[in-house]
Design a protein around this ligand. Sequence first.
Ligand SMILES: O=P(O)(O)OC[C@H]1O[C@H](O[C@H]2O[C@H](CO)[C@@H](O)[C@H](O)[C@H]2O)[C@H](O)[C@@H](O)[C@@H]1O
Length: 274
Amino acid sequence: MNQELAEMTLREDGSSGEPLPDAVPVPRSMLPHLSETAILLDIDGTLLDLAPTPREVWVPPGLAETLKGLLMRTSGALALVSGRSLNDIDLIFAPEQFPAVGGHGAEMRLSIDSEAVASHAPPMDKELKRRLAAIAKLSPGILLEDKGYSLALHYRLAPHAEKAIYEAVSLIRADLPNAPIEVLPGKCVCEIKHAGFNKASGVLELMKHEPFKGRRPFFIGDDVTDETVFAIMPDLNGLAFSVGRRAQGVAGHFDEPRDVRSWLAHLLDDEQGR
Ligand SMILES: O=P(O)(O)OC[C@H]1O[C@H](O[C@H]2O[C@H](CO)[C@@H](O)[C@H](O)[C@H]2O)[C@H](O)[C@@H](O)[C@@H]1O
């Protein structure tokens, strides 16, 4: 077990009687550390249950309030870290807004009342985008998500098309070997984005600024794209937790997004009960 994590009490603090996932610090043991902690949370598959399409995700009652409460208790050091654009994140959580790293590190907002302070995302070349977008015509059910600086081809409704999508993307890349792009495999999605940033670069940037600066990050994520953040946690003296599977390099894992939500609610309850 991670030595740092071992310093926190593991499993069962007994306050609610609910079992907690293995190897996740019990909320009460984090209380003394909240003023030194930055809570960083992935969205899809971590905070929210996966849905058939990106538009169908649903924020369960109480979650936005929990996040707002923890944002307050950490003096603003809570941020969403997502592949979604900031606009999309705001639509999902409307009317609430949260500090966030969006678009896999392309965009960042440090506080709820500030504008995005960094955009490392040049718009994707139009011709390239047109060619990538045409891949959606390979099969009914492939959904195109255009984030401006990246393009996602979703095949959750057309799982048989996965191989054809990746092959078509490879052909386009072979045609353009010098294009500064990378392919991100996500959950039933193939995303093509500019190669100059990722979630880890976004988090490193975020952690340079107040109120995040100098705090110990506590990151929860579920996807392949979150692995870049898992990997930098030791450099930031942070802790990473995965969802659904025990990813490499994490200190523990949650089984499902609802366990993450209940853990966060628990953390806030305990803090308020102090
Ligand atoms: O970094 P995240 O916050 O986890 O965002 C990753 C991608 O999430 C969205 O797609 C995924 O969630 C959809 C809704 O559950 C699901 O239908 C899809 O299959 C998943 O890939 C979002 O649409 C992407 O832009 C994000 O990159």
